[in-house]
Design a protein around this ligand. Sequence first.
Ligand code: SF4
Ligand code: SF4
Length: 207
Amino acid sequence: MDNTSTINVCRGTGAGECRFALFVDEGFAGRIEERINDSGWPEFLQQRFGDNINRHKMVSVSGAACPNGCSRPHIADIGLIRACVPVIDHESCIGCEECVRQCPDEAMEMIDGKVLITREKCLVCGLCTNVCPTEVISCSRSGWRFLVGGRLGRHPRLGIELPGVYTSDEVLDLISRCMKIWMDNYVDGKRFGWIMERVGHDKLLLE
Ligand code: SF4
Ligand code: SF4
């Protein structure tokens, strides 16, 4: 059954399709759909609504290959944004400040001859790893940011971001947990974000 989920990915998730995109594992969208189907979600909706499953009842998942979020992960039930946590090899840095100039979020600055990253500003986009001419910036962790419960409609809200960066396997496990929580606490006419506001986002991390 394939009418119980909508999975959107930005064009950057295809190899070489966007200059801002971080690498995304081939076939990842298909693995997400498999995981949702394995959770029992299709049967769950079928039992409740029979053939009357419209778009408003489906789970929406959106994956973007960078924080620009062209596939709109911030308003999906489950939003994924590709991430690279940058780390600098200060010993090999030549101090050219190209990274400081190019960081879109003004998260880098040169202080006393050393480039520092302000973690609160950094969107882990990984751009600095590509612009450094001496390739001394690398990803200390690659994966996904994970957002929960975004929606439009009468009471729109952006997804709440879980702390951390998750590997693809961890993302799939989190999606399984999301589906279980949604089904265990299902309320007709309410989206996942509404459920999570009541259940609490800690529940997702603790299970
Ligand atoms: S990862 Fe992106 S936001 Fe963070 S410091 Fe590098 S360029 Fe700036
Ligand atoms: S771009 Fe690379 S070499 Fe230049 S200041 Fe930044 S980290 Fe150092």
